[in-house]
Design a protein around this ligand. Structure first.
Ligand code: CTP
Ligand code: MG
Length: 229
């Protein structure tokens, strides 16, 4: 089942503290965003990649795309102030009404085997997200005083990719912009429309590289995968 993918890559990587976009840091042999792009470059069902980038990274990223023989990037659009704006800038360039995935360029370890069920679910139901059951107990607090312990059994840590029929994603973003709503993921914008979002269970390797210690986990995942080859 064919799909296109939007990769928001226009962040600053502030929490990584590397002094540049964390996506340009090397893990294993390649920069983070090249690992991520290769998942889609190598998936025959992916018909095109739209990258949202910072203008300051454009030249370096373009050179790296060439060096790694990436052929599926159809467009590089300017990112926005927040991730949501970057995704919308990319979504606006997509025509048709197939399925589009939104995937953080900072999640290089998404398993190809999970993409197919995710796309299929979005095609049938409109929206689907990858998620894993929470491992930690989550408490709500007022300042540092615990107010409530949430029942863990119904809680999921939601990841990307998130998959949508293109019309659903566009409507959700348009509405959020009109109503000045800023969400932390794309599915939350769809939820606001009262539409169903289906959870597809993913795995714990699909981490987002956010803070420096995530780089150790990344190296460990790469080593594990090399051994499995
Ligand atoms: N992103 C984006 N546009 C923004 C902000 C983020 O395209 N204005 C992208 C990032 O490049 C990343 C993904 O959204 O691939 C998830 O964001 P996050 O992990 O928060 O990355 P950064 O915003 O770069 O990191 P930080 O918040 O620590 O600055
Ligand atoms: Mg951010």
């Amino acid at each position: 089942m064919n799909y296109q993918v939007i990769l928001p890559a226009a962040g600053q990587g502030k929490r990584m503290g590397a002094g540049k976009n964390k996506l340009l840091l090397k893990i294993g042999e390649m920069p983070v965003f090249i690992h991520t792009i290769k998942v889609f470059e190598n998936d025959p069902d992916c018909t095109g990649i739209i990258l949202a980038i910072n203008s300051q990274d454009e030249q370096e990223m373009s050179v790296l795309l060439k060096e790694h023989n990436i052929t599926k990037v159809d467009a590089m659009v300017e990112g926005g102030k927040e991730r949501q704006h970057s995704v919308y800038n990319a979504a606006k360039t997509i025509a048709g009404d197939g399925v589009v995935l939104v995937h953080d360029a900072a999640r290089p370890f998404v398993g190809q085997e999970l993409i197919r069920p995710l796309v299929k679910t979005a095609e049938e139901k409109g929206s689907a997200v990858l998620a894993v059951p929470l491992k930690d107990t989550v408490k709500k607090a007022d300042g540092n005083l615990v107010a409530e312990t949430l029942e863990r059994s119904g809680l999921w840590a939601v990841q990307t990719p998130q998959a949508f029929r293109i019309s659903v994603l566009l409507e959700a973003h348009r509405r959020a912009l009109e109503e000045k709503y800023l969400g932390t993921d794309d599915a939350s914008l769809v939820e606001r429309l009262g539409k169903e979002v289906v959870i597809v269970e993913g795995n714990y390797d699909n981490i987002k590289l956010t803070t420096p210690e995530d780089l150790y986990f990344a190296e460990a995942i790469i080593k594990k995968r090399e051994k499995q080859k």
